[in-house]
Design a protein around this ligand. Structure first.
Ligand SMILES: [Ca+2]
Ligand SMILES: [Ca+2]
Length: 501
């Protein structure tokens, strides 16, 4: 143990109110739980009307902190998972990360000043290995950051999206349980970092028979055979639309047209069945997390473990007429985020304004590990310890996986500006929302009587796109300026139609 490290650790232990000697065994463990494609609004702690039951995650929320402003920064690929996971692993911003298999490239990739060539050596697994942690991961295999994943000492990756224990989420849980059993057997006292990833609720959303039954849904494979909408199923989302009002730059991406069980359908039977499948998969994930937490408790490790629960990005499933993850509305740009661990006040809530790429800096901060010099994330430990409510004021989002420039958004306080630049379709659209007044981002189309008849939700008059409302012209101008500043600051290689070159 180096001198610097011992000082850091001593400070950390003092901060956490721990008085014991700074031995390796005292260093906190990290359990990072990552689901694939999950909207925050599925959870009761973000949406009290949700029918999804997740007692284990709800308990984590009650014992820890819930974040209302957690985001992924975006994507330059239709496989939004890929950049998201590169950001999580490296702590770097969206235009400063490598791409995968030379597909859907980040245009900045060839610039080694922006995208370091040896980046895998400075990713999560490598950093924690060097700090003396035991590192283990299980997750899906595709659309990820293979060079970073293999830095973990124990890797059990496979894509498991079936409706049985062997083919579904229980398999990922079993990999973690096996690993913990092995540690117990060998009396391994080293601190651990476990990256506990799932392949669900990403489609194909094949739930187990009993959970599908609970949510009134079936694993639907034929376009013509669906259950009648029923009371067991999730309700229609309040911001459902029969179709998105305009070509948003990637309307023909696989997720919007070819997901088994949905295809291009947005009718009530399809959407409620698919949400039921999503919930069946999410509750199954909750059960697997419960088994792992029980094991940690039995081993006496639970109280000394930081548990982070999140998803790689959100998901539409009928909201705004969309089905996939290729958009920047809150249901998809935001992620669920719950953190529990030593020094975090139970039952707390914070805005945070964090990106997933801040996780690396944060777990380094919480464990006294030096973050890598390539890190661009900001530790949100000050939020976790109640010293701050947010770590930044302005949030930037991009979707640039279809036609370019594509979509951009910026958020500050309650205000959010969204822009769509799609030259071939001659789409140049701007949306301005006050999220405190209009949290579902209702558009003029949500005021249509047929839409209201379907959702049962009548938006108030002011709950709409305010971009062209003269009362908010100054607000819009401020947000336009902020967006341009963020695009420049983050090395976004594009310029939108109405921005200065
Ligand atoms: Ca994903
Ligand atoms: Ca060990």
């Amino acid at each position: 143990m180096t001198h610097t490290y011992r000082i850091l650790l001593t400070c950390l232990l003092a901060t956490l109110g721990m008085t014991s000697l700074a031995t390796a065994a005292d260093r906190p463990n990290v359990l990072f739980i990552l689901t694939d494609d999950q909207s925050p609004f599925d959870f009761k702690f973000y949406n009290q009307d949700s029918k999804l039951d997740t007692p284990v995650i709800d308990q984590l929320a009650a014992d820890g902190m819930v974040f209302d402003g957690a985001y992924h920064m975006g994507a330059w690929s239709g496989a939004v998972c890929t950049p998201s996971r590169h950001m999580i692993m490296s702590g770097r911003t969206v235009w400063h990360i490598p791409s995968r298999l030379n597909r859907n490239r980040n245009p900045n990739e060839g610039d080694t000043a922006l995208v370091p060539q040896n980046l895998p050596d400075f990713t999560m697994g490598a950093v924690f290995n060097r700090a003396g942690y035991d590192t283990m991961r299980t997750c899906k295999k595709g659309n990820s950051y293979a060079a970073a994943n293999k830095q973990f000492t124990v890797v059990k990756d496979a894509s498991k999206r079936g409706g049985t224990d062997e083919s579904g989420s229980a398999w990922h849980g079993k990999q973690v349980l096996d690993y913990l059993n092995e540690r117990e057997k060998t009396k391994d006292e080293d601190p651990f970092l476990i990256y506990f990833g799932f392949s669900h609720p990403h489609d194909t959303r094949d739930g187990t028979p009993e959970l599908l039954e609970k949510y009134g849904s079936i694993n639907h494979t034929k376009e013509t055979k669906l259950p009648e909408p029923n009371d067991k199923q999730p309700q229609m989302p309040p911001n459902w639309l029969p179709k998105h009002p305009f070509q948003n730059s990637h309307s023909n991406v696989r997720d919007e047209v070819a997901v088994s069980g949905v295809w291009t359908n947005r009718d009530e039977a399809t959407i409620r069945n698919e949400l039921g499948r999503e919930f069946a998969c999410s509750e199954n994930i909750d059960i697997q997390i419960g088994k792992v937490l029980d094991k940690l408790e039995a081993m006496g490790e639970l109280e000394n473990t930081y548990i982070i629960y999140t998803a790689d990005h959100g998901m539409a499933i009928g909201r705004h007429g969309l089905q996939g993850k290729q958009n920047l509305y809150e249901h998809t740009w935001r992620v669920p985020l719950v953190v529990k661990g030593p020094g975090i006040e139970p039952g707390t809530r914070a805005q945070g304004n964090i990106y997933l790429l801040d996780v690396l800096a944060t777990i380094c901060d919480l464990t006294g590990v030096q973050p890598p010099e390539t890190n661009e994330g900001t530790s949100f430990k000050p939020v976790l310890t109640g010293k701050k409510d947010t770590v930044r004021d302005v949030l930037y989002g991009v979707y640039c996986g279809g036609e370019k420039p594509g979509m951009r958004c910026v958020k500050k306080g309650d205000w959010k500006l969204l822009k769509y630049d799609v030259p071939s379709a001659d789409v140049q659209e701007t949306q301005l929302f006050n999220l405190a007044e209009n949290p579902h981002e209702f558009l003029p189309q949500h005021h249509n009587k047929n839409v209201i008849a379907m959702t049962g939700v009548t938006p108030e008059k002011h709950q709409t796109n305010l971009a062209n409302d003269p009362n908010f012209a100054a607000q819009r101008q401020e947000m336009e300026t902020l967006l341009q500043e963020e695009m420049k600051r983050l090395d976004d290689p594009f310029v939108l139609w109405d921005q200065a070159k």
